[in-house]
Ligand binder design. Structure first.
Ligand SMILES: Nc1ncnc2c1ncn2[C@@H]1O[C@H](COP(=O)(O)OP(=O)(O)OP(=O)(O)O)[C@@H](O)[C@H]1O
Ligand SMILES: [Mg+2]
Length: 435
C-alpha cells in the first residue's frame, strides 16, 4: 500500500479524508486497511454512501475480492454483511439517503464509518451522520473524487480542516499499483485536454465557468515545485480580519516565488502588529502592503508608531485603481495582477495550500458599465466559500505596487538606518514614553 495511506492504520484522527482523481488507490487502501484492522480486534464498521439501491452499489464486492486475494479465511461473507469469525468484527452497508432519525440510531455503536464516493453526500446526510458516529474513539473515513468546488462534505470537513481531521490528496501517480493502461489514459488526457485531466485525474473540482477570474489549472500549475529561493525583494501582503470568523493572513512573495502564506485567528490589533513586527525583524521585507479598509487602520497606526512607516503601505481595496481605465477599483487591479502573474513565463510558484486554491478560484469577475474589470461582492464569495478569501487577498496585496528588483534591502526607513537601528530607535522611543 502506498505510504500516503499509512495514517489510515496508524494515526488517531476523528476524520480521515482522502481525495484525488481516478485510480489513486483510495478504495483499495481503505478496504485493505479495514480488513486488517478488523482482524486485530472487534470492530463495527459501516460502509456508507449516499444512495445504495442494492448491495451491488456498495463496496461489499471490493471487500470480498480483497478477502479472496489475501485468502483471509477468518472472514465469513453473507449477502449483505461480512463478519470475522475470530474477532467478531462486522461490516454493514447502508445508503444514507434511506436513513431517518430513527433508522440511523443503529449506527451509534459504529467504530469506523467509511463514506465512499463522498462527493455525492448531501449536507443533510452529513448533518445526521456526524453526531451519530459518537462512540468513544470512533472514526470517520472519507474517500472522495471532487465534483464541484463546494461539494458539501468538502466544505464541511476538508476546506477548513481542524486538528482532528487528516486531509490527504492522492492521485494515480501516488498509487504504486496503478495499472499501465490507466497511466497511459491519464497521460493522454493530460496532453489532449488539460481541463479534463485536472478534474478526472488530479481530483480538481470541475472546470469553472469562464466567469471565474482565476483558473484552477493555473493555480495547480503554480503548486508544482520548481524553485527554493529567489533574490527578488521580499514583499508581504497582509489582509487583516474584519469580523470574528475571518482570518488575518500574511503572504510572503519574492518575485516569482510565493514562499509562505499564514493565517491567524482571533488576533486584536496589537496582536497583528506584533506578528508584523516579528516578521519585519526576522524576514526583512522590503514592503508590507496592508489592507486598511477596516480593522487594518488600527494596525497600521501601531506599526507607524513603532517606526515602520517606511516599510508599511496602507491600501484601500475600494480605492481608485492605478490604471483607472481598466479596473473598477484597486482590489480588481491587484487580483488581476495575481491572475497575470500565474500565467507568466517563466512559471511562478505558490505554496501548496488548498485554502489558497479555493480562495483564488472562487472569485467571479464582472465588468462595469465602462467595461472595466470588477470583482463580485465579497458577500457573494463568502456564500460560496463559507468564509472570506483571506489568503487570496493577502497574495493580491503583494501586487499593490510594483517593487523593483533591488535585491535584499540593507537600509530601511529613509534609506539611512539598518533594521537593527530601527528596532533600537523604536525601543528607545518606548522607554522615553514613560516620562
Ligand atoms: N493494494 C493494491 N493492490 C493491487 N492493486 C491495487 C492496489 N491498490 C490499487 N490498485 C490498483 O489501482 C487501481 C485504482 O485503485 P482504486 O480503485 O482503489 O482507486 P480510487 O482512488 O478509489 O479511484 P476511483 O476514483 O477510480 O475509484 C485499482 O483498480 C487496482 O488496479
Ligand atoms: Mg474508488
Amino acid at each position: 500500500m502506498a505510504r500516503v495511506f499509512a495514517p489510515l492504520m496508524t494515526e488517531k484522527k476523528r476524520i480521515k479524508f482522502y481525495y484525488g482523481g481516478r485510480a489513486g488507490g483510495k478504495s483499495y487502501a481503505f478496504a485493505d486497511s479495514l480488513l486488517f484492522l478488523g482482524r486485530q480486534k472487534k470492530l463495527f464498521i459501516a460502509c456508507l454512501r449516499e444512495i445504495q439501491e442494492s448491495i451491488r452499489d456498495s463496496v461489499h464486492k471490493l471487500l470480498c475480492d480483497r478477502i479472496s486475494f489475501y485468502s483471509l479465511g477468518d472472514y465469513k461473507i453473507y449477502e449483505t454483511r461480512i463478519e470475522n469469525t475470530i474477532t467478531g468484527t462486522k461490516f454493514i452497508f447502508k445508503g444514507l439517503r434511506d436513513q431517518d432519525s430513527q433508522k440511523i440510531k443503529s449506527l451509534e455503536g459504529v467504530d469506523i464509518a467509511w463514506i465512499e464516493e463522498a462527493q455525492t453526500i448531501s449536507k443533510k446526510s452529513w448533518e445526521i451522520l456526524e453526531p451519530t458516529i459518537r462512540k468513544d474513539g470512533s472514526e470517520i473515513w472519507i474517500s472522495m473524487n471532487r465534483e464541484e468546488e463546494n461539494d458539501p462534505l468538502w466544505m464541511a470537513v476538508a476546506a477548513n480542516p481542524d486538528e482532528r481531521t487528516l486531509v490527504r490528496c492522492v492521485n494515480y501517480y501516488d498509487n504504486p499499483f496503478c495499472p499501465e493502461e490507466i497511466k497511459y489514459q491519464a497521460e493522454k488526457c493530460r496532453k489532449n485536454s488539460p481541463d479534463d485531466y485536472a478534474h478526472i485525474w488530479l481530483g480538481a473540482p470541475v472546470v469553472q465557468s469562464n466567469t471565474r477570474l482565476i483558473s484552477g489549472i493555473d493555480v495547480r500549475r503554480a503548486f508544482e515545485a520548481k524553485m527554493n529561493g529567489s533574490t527578488s525583494p521580499l514583499i508581504i501582503g497582509l489582509d487583516i480580519a474584519r469580523f470574528g470568523d475571518d482570518a488575518t493572513s500574511f503572504c510572503f512573495r519574492k518575485g516569482r516565488w510565493c514562499c509562505r502564506i499564514e493565517s491567524y485567528y482571533k488576533q486584536d490589533n496589537v496582536g497583528v502588529a506584533n506578528l508584523a513586527t516579528r516578521f519585519i525583524k526576522e524576514c526583512r521585507p522590503y514592503r508590507i502592503f496592508m489592507d486598511i479598509g477596516g480593522q487594518g487602520a488600527g494596525v497600521y497606526d501601531i506599526l507607524r508608531d513603532r517606526g515602520f512607516g517606511e516599510i508599511i503601505r496602507g491600501i484601500y481595496f475600494g480605492e481608485k485603481a492605478v490604471n483607472e481605465e481598466r479596473y473598477f477599483n484597486r482590489r480588481a487591479e491587484m487580483w488581476d495582477s495575481v491572475n497575470q502573474w500565474l500565467k507568466s513565463q517563466p512559471p511562478v510558484q505558490l505554496p501548496v495550500d488548498e485554502e489558497l486554491f479555493n480562495d483564488l478560484t472562487s472569485v467571479n469577475k464582472k465588468y462595469d458599465r465602462k467595461g472595466r474589470l470588477q470583482m463580485e461582492e465579497k458577500d457573494e464569495v463568502k456564500k460560496r466559500l463559507g468564509r472570506s478569501p483571506d489568503k487570496g487577498d493577502a497574495l493580491a496585496l503583494t501586487f499593490a505596487e510594483p517593487v523593483y528588483d533591488r535585491g535584499e534591502p540593507k537600509l530601511y526607513g529613509n534609506g539611512k538606518v539598518s533594521i537593527e537601528e530601527m528596532f533600537a530607535l523604536a525601543a528607545g522611543e518606548k522607554d522615553n514614553s514613560g516620562w
